[in-house]
Design a protein. Sequence first.
Length: 217
Amino acid sequence: MRIPKPTVSRLPQYGRLLEVMDARNVATVSSVELAEAAGVNAATLRRDLSCLGTCGTPGTGYDVPRLREMVDRALALGRDWPVVIAGAGYLGHALARSQGFNSGGFRVAALVDIDPVQVGTLVDSICVSHLDDLDDLVRRHGVTLGVVATPASAAGDVMRRFAAAGVRAVLNFAPGFVAAPPGVTVHNVDLGAELQVLTFYAARSAPAGEVAAGSPR
């Protein structure tokens, strides 16, 4: 059964919540409880989980370990996922050292850059390679996931090189939108845009009669 994109985007949140529940030996959870924890309504959650082939048990809810296993299987988390990061600046260093990129089956296998100051340096135990070595690194490590942590001006070229090397899914942190090459799935993460979304809500949550710091008077 094909899973809709909005559902796929919510599955990791369900998986994290179920992981915590499983660690606490919680045996079952109702759709209302799980939906509230995930920040969605119960109807949406039930519709999402029905895409996995489960509808829960009336009066009991969902079996937590089994549902967690089904979510993990849908997200293909039961295998090794080597990752290559393009860009060995501050952001690339932080991502390479982050727990999220080195757990749950994910593993930073390589970092690449074009800056001679960065090439040859170590980030923990990983030696930064030149971008020109990307094809060899992808083949050697069996990489299918890439991360762009470069300036916006370099992101398009890096994306094309990823596609040519056989990387089929890319997480892009470069500012602005970067189009996906044919056959490549790209998820753009614009940190500046995310902060702007927060300022929208922060400005509207200020007490009546007050002006948010930095706003025009």
